[in-house]
Design a protein around this ligand. Sequence first.
Ligand code: ADP
Ligand code: MG
Length: 428
Amino acid sequence: SYRKGGYHAVRVGDQFAGGRYIAQRKLGWGQFSTVWLAYDTKTSAFVALKIQKSAAQFVQAALHEIEVLSAIADGTPSNLKFVVQLIDQFKHTGPNGQHQCMVLEFLGDSLLRLVKYNRYKGLPLNKVREICQCILIGLDYLHREHGIIHTDLKLENVLLVSTIDPAKDPVRSGVTPILERPEGNINGTVTSLIEKKLKRRARRAVAKISGQRASMGGMGEAPKSERNIDGINVRCKVVDFGNACWADKPFAEEIQTRQYRAPEVILQAGYSFSVDMWSFACIAFELATGDMLFTPKVGQGFSEDEDHLALMMELLGKMPRKIATAGAKSKDFFDRHGDLKRIRRLKYWPLNKLLIERYKFSEGDANEFSEFLTPLLDFAPEKRPTAQQCLKHPWLAEKDSIPNDMRTESSVEKVDVGISNLKIKVGK
Ligand code: ADP
Ligand code: MG
């Protein structure tokens, strides 16, 4: 899809925004964009440059994301530490058209990578606590301060925070930015060799910046041996606001990635902030066990949706009839008694038993963790605790949690370079 209306092809050393940003290395890509590590010559910092595909609907989507990110950036600094920061935005014209670009603070690996590095065994519970706190602080900020629902929380959309800031500490980080493209008049082979070398250098830089190398073997590499993440203090931020919306103007009926989707979304019974809390519970379970909480599949005579509802009820008990029958799509799945039409026999396996029997949790750990998660998985959306309430849960207060001074506004540390330069106009 590197054609008209599609992605913009980037090479190491390419310049953006009149030479302010210089491409260092590709960090990732999504359906809508490619994301590059770039060096900001104005602030001498590394940033993530998200370059959207150029067709009209992608430009539109980028402008929406920029609108959300700009709103978020207006809030209280202490909370801002847990949602990604927009630093700048501009348009870039290339052979495939005009691309809306976003400059974001540079973050590290996603939680999905973290779980992979740990060989899908589940992280130690003290790490799960730390990560849960970060996500909840981010969610509380989005929900309460801005009335924004993320609508696509999942492991890929929570990124670890870089532990070394090369801008503040260039010596310790030992990272030299690439400032220009390789010389022009060399033939293709040599160019690609040089690029390979540059890429290798950049990859090392990324690993250093994101502070993952020592503990997890560097970015993008498959684990060779077991990684020990006990030593690192995990911090993370919520990213990807492409699907986020204000609760008072939801624009999509079908939201959330399948496995993290709340029951009211499947039933089309309306939704609010509590859909994020459902996804959050799914994330917490996945971090602790290495497995997704719900992995519905199409079966003989039933749909993925119906299987999903059945899996929920096997874990959480029967859905109250009033809730089961209240959605626009309820009749597709439930009869008037509130029983599933096509999946009749459910095998109940409550969360604490699942944790003990399948994941070998101790009884104490299993009970405490399921007491934390179960209320978040209430079929009645309005009964789910809010992020703010959830932050007060005793399960989070156990050892090794985020120090209190990081959670209050009293000790606000200056926010990343970008914020002071933040002047964003959202186009129509
Ligand atoms: P899309 O909207 O196209 O799905 P995302 O915002 O999800 O794009 O970004 C795509 C990928 O780029 C992410 O999965 C991640 O690997 C990487 N990425 C995105 N933002 C950042 C960031 N701020 N720092 C580092 N990597 C990032
Ligand atoms: Mg994405």
